[in-house]
Design a protein around this ligand. Structure first.
Ligand code: PMT
Length: 392
């Protein structure tokens, strides 16, 4: 996606450097336009280094017009994001003033426009600013934020620019509106607990964050979501049919009860592969120095779904500490999956119980790498890929 990022002159301009970094990590081609005032807060050189392209600051610059003039720049963009947008910038957009490159581009673009305002809380509350915002909304612009909190000037209230991660997430969702509209999707999440006796169990380090992020994002992308979750401390996502289970056997039963008319199944749960042969009715007593546990294999839930005659588009996960690609591709074939999302676990960053993750996704004759990012964004990227393959 080609993102034209406009930066106007406010203290929040420093946050736009992170915005460029996040957007480029998403695979976006970013070109930056700065107002004169913005260059007083942060150097264009920073944005040139981060975006790997020269920064545009002048409306009438003979060199720039030769290379990529303002009309070409406007035509080039798939999306125009202005962050931060000052009160002055909003007023110019609202009244169609075009006295610098940024405001001229606003008039010239035909792509979707997203505006992240940032200003002092009193300026935000001023009726003139509110009227300008409402006009821009009526004209089809999407306003992101502002957030409330303590401000650089010492005031407290609304006017802080929304954090870069939240802006990028909003762009991803808005850019893929309804790609899962009308689709039914079943997602498993979290660990399972395999009872040994009334007080002990075998489990793993899954927090459910990956599966819950998938459920939330799928719901926001228009899907009707059923989430079958092992025991986690996360709140059930809004507007998602959440079914809580404990053991691998319970997860299997719940999945089979809900699978009939699903279009997609994503198995993000870390299901126990083995469960105790006997669950003791009373607490197991400490006796010998060594003891043995007899375990038997659990039912493979995702493989069972993939073997149904009317199977949904079935996506498994692979959590590995070595040979990630090889083991994931083996699971893809062995479990008859349509796609597998492989992640490293047991590393310093990502995997189990982390806010971030990275995925290597494989399907027959194809693969895609999603670099380390927060689990919401990653979920959004994976769902966009699934939707693409499903529609293909
Ligand atoms: O929950 P988080 O803390 O956010 O961590 C996320 C995660 C690391 C748990 C997640 O990204 C992940 O990798 N989930 C799958 C973990 C796993 O059990 O992987 P596996 O390689 O052992 O299993 C392969 C696939 O078979 C998985 O889709 C698994 O859900 C499924 N399976 C496994 C055993 C079984 N009995 N039934 C299954 O359906």
């Amino acid at each position: 996606m080609r993102v034209l990022l406009g930066i106007s002159g406010g203290i929040a301009a420093y946050k736009s450097a992170e915005l460029v970094r996040l957007l480029t990590r998403q695979g976006c081609d970013v070109r930056v336009v700065m107002t004169e005032a913005a260059t007083q807060f942060i150097s264009p050189l920073t944005f040139q280094a981060l975006s790997a392209h020269p920064v545009h600051t002048q409306l009438l610059d003979a060199n720039q017009e030769n290379a990529m003039g303002h009309i070409n720049l406007a035509r080039w963009a798939d999306l125009f994001l202005i962050a931060p947008a000052t009160a002055n910038c909003l007023a110019k957009f609202s009244y169609g003033l075009a006295d610098d490159l940024l405001s001229t581009l606003y008039l010239a673009v035909e792509c979707p426009v997203f505006i992240a305002p940032a200003m002092n809380q009193a300026m935000w509350h001023k009726p003139t600013t509110q009227e300008n915002i409402n006009r821009l909304i009526r004209h089809g612009m999407t306003i992101i934020g502002p957030d409330a909190g303590s401000q650089a000037c010492g005031d407290i209230g609304p006017g802080r620019m929304t954090e870069p991660e939240a802006i990028v997430q909003k762009l991803c969702i808005q850019n893929n509106p309804g790609i899962l509209q009308g689709k039914k999707i079943l997602i498993t999440a979290g660990p399972t607990r395999e009872k040994l006796d009334p007080i002990r169990y075998i489990t793993n380090r899954s927090s459910g964050k990956m599966g819950y992020a998938l459920a939330e994002q799928a719901q926001q992308l228009g899907a009707q979501v059923t989430l079958i979750s092992g025991p986690v401390v996360l709140a059930a996502p809004e507007h998602v049919n959440t079914v809580l289970v404990e053991s691998a056997e319970e997860m299997y039963t719940a999945v089979m009860q809900h699978i009939a008319d699903q279009d997609i199944m994503i198995a993000a749960a870390a299901v126990a592969d083995y469960t105790p042969v006997n669950v003791k009715a009373e607490k197991i007593k400490t006796q010998n120095d060594q003891t043995e546990l007899q375990l038997h294999k659990t039912k493979d839930i995702v493989a069972s779904v993939a073997s149904l005659t009317n199977k949904p588009f079935t996506v498994g996960f692979a959590a590995e500490t070595e040979n990630l690609k090889q083991y994931a591709q083996d699971k893809l074939t062995r479990k008859n999956l349509d796609m597998i999302a492989a992640n490293w676990v047991g590393q310093k960053e990502g995997g189990f119980d982390s806010a971030v993750n990275a995925l290597q996704v494989y399907w027959q004759n194809g693969q895609k790498i999603f670099p380390m990012t927060n689990k919401s964004q990653l979920a959004n990227q994976l769902l966009a890929l699934i939707a693409e393959k499903l529609h293909a």
